[in-house]
Write a protein that binds this ligand. Structure first.
Ligand code: MRU
Length: 348
């Protein structure tokens, strides 16, 4: 199962808005189509958004008819701005776009022509994709060491293969542990309002034969109180320098519940999700989405017409509730400021 694939000249994605009822792929061949797909969550999850955006820049590069380097770079910068305006919270988007911008501008300064710039951009996007696959594998190996045979894991939203170019972030330790012969069962929060847990996490784990049970978000406290779960693992959209974590709305209350019940609360994310430029979580921009996501379920109204709606797509979990952050470079524990700096420092 691939969330996205570069077919040379077009980006094929699995349309996640149609899952689990239909497995429909879409071939995107313009930067506008990629921007729309990111905005409407056809492709979603922080690392997958970054990879898709990188290919969006490639599509703009292939589309640009000019042979003049300055005009070509101006087209690229416009495409990067269009993609950057799609979703504000997942920092992987901006990280990937910056890599693409640097790949083009750096080589242009060194005298590359438009054909060489196009080739360099394809190469950079493919490198971002391949690195993400490897990050997932490594997160899986580090995280699996934290899971005992028989572990019962609660997760939120979808931080699996669908959300990355590889085996996922939060779901990677589970997949690797199962591959090692451990028995692991997963509880998947449905994740209102858009049900990424019920629709996507349940779908991809069931496909892999990993036992998964779906629960409504409001049932997590009872799951813990009845001692039916051993730990929580979630993904992240952005991790501030002090270890505060922005992730799908509903993550923060889970962390508090985990603390109350004495359960480890793990965050799994590649270092491309770490944003050392922000001192703490209160600086992370939080996306507010369409009120209809709350007032409607699968297009059917479930609230009075015209009612006020609160719909932040993400929340921030303060670092004090986080037991460890699992990255491709190792597992970081408090004090996070020093640990994250070391992880992302020069020479790493
Ligand atoms: O709005 P979404 O579905 O893109 O939100 C996704 C999440 O919150 C994930 O947990 C996060 O991006 C990590 S994905 C590996």
């Amino acid at each position: 199962m691939e969330s996205l694939a570069w077919l040379g000249g077009r980006l094929r994605i699995l349309d996640q808005t149609r899952l689990p009822r239909e497995e429909v792929t879409l071939d995107l061949n313009t930067v506008g189509a990629v921007a729309e797909a990111i905005r409407s969550l056809r492709v979603r999850g922080a690392p997958a958004i970054g990879v898709a955006a990188a290919y969006g820049v490639v599509l703009a590069a292939l589309d640009a008819e000019t042979q003049e380097v300055r005009a070509f770079l101006a087209r690229l910068d416009a495409a990067i701005a269009e993609l950057a305006a799609t979703r504000p919270t997942a920092v992987n988007l901006f990280w990937a776009l910056e890599r693409m911008r640097r790949a083009a501008h750096g080589r242009a300064e060194a005298g590359a022509d438009v054909a060489a710039l196009r080739a360099a951009l394809v190469q950079e996007a493919q490198a971002i994709q391949a690195e993400d696959e490897e990050c997932c594998r490594r997160i899986g190996r580090y995280g699996a060491a934290l899971l005992a045979d028989g572990a019962r894991v609660l997760t939120h939203c979808n931080a699996g293969a669908l959300a990355t170019a590889g085996i996922g972030t939060a779901l990677a330790p589970i997949r690797v542990a199962v591959g090692q012969g451990k028995r692991v069962v997963v509880y998947a929060d449905e994740t209102r309002p858009l049900l990424q847990g019920a629709r996507l996490t349940a779908w991809e784990l069931a496909r892999d034969g990993i036992p998964v049970t779906v629960l409504a978000d409001s049932m997590a406290g009872t799951l813990m109180a009845r001692r039916m779960v051993d730990c929580v693992i979630v993904g992240a959209d952005r991790i501030a320098a002090n270890g505060d974590v922005a992730n799908k709305i509903g993550t923060y209350p889970l962390a508090i519940l985990a603390r109350e019940h004495g359960l480890p609360f793990y965050v799994a994310a590649p270092t491309s999700t770490i944003d050392l430029s922000l001192p703490s979580g209160e600086h992370i921009p939080i996306e507010e989405r369409d009120p209809a996501e709350v007032t409607h379920l699968a297009g059917v109204p479930v609230a009075p017409e015209g009612i006020g709606v609160f719909n932040p797509a993400f929340d921030v979990t303060p670092h004090r509730y986080i037991t460890a952050i699992i990255t491709e470079r190792g597992v970081v524990r408090a004090p996070y400021a020093a640990g994250l700096r070391r992880l992302c420092g020069p020479g790493e």
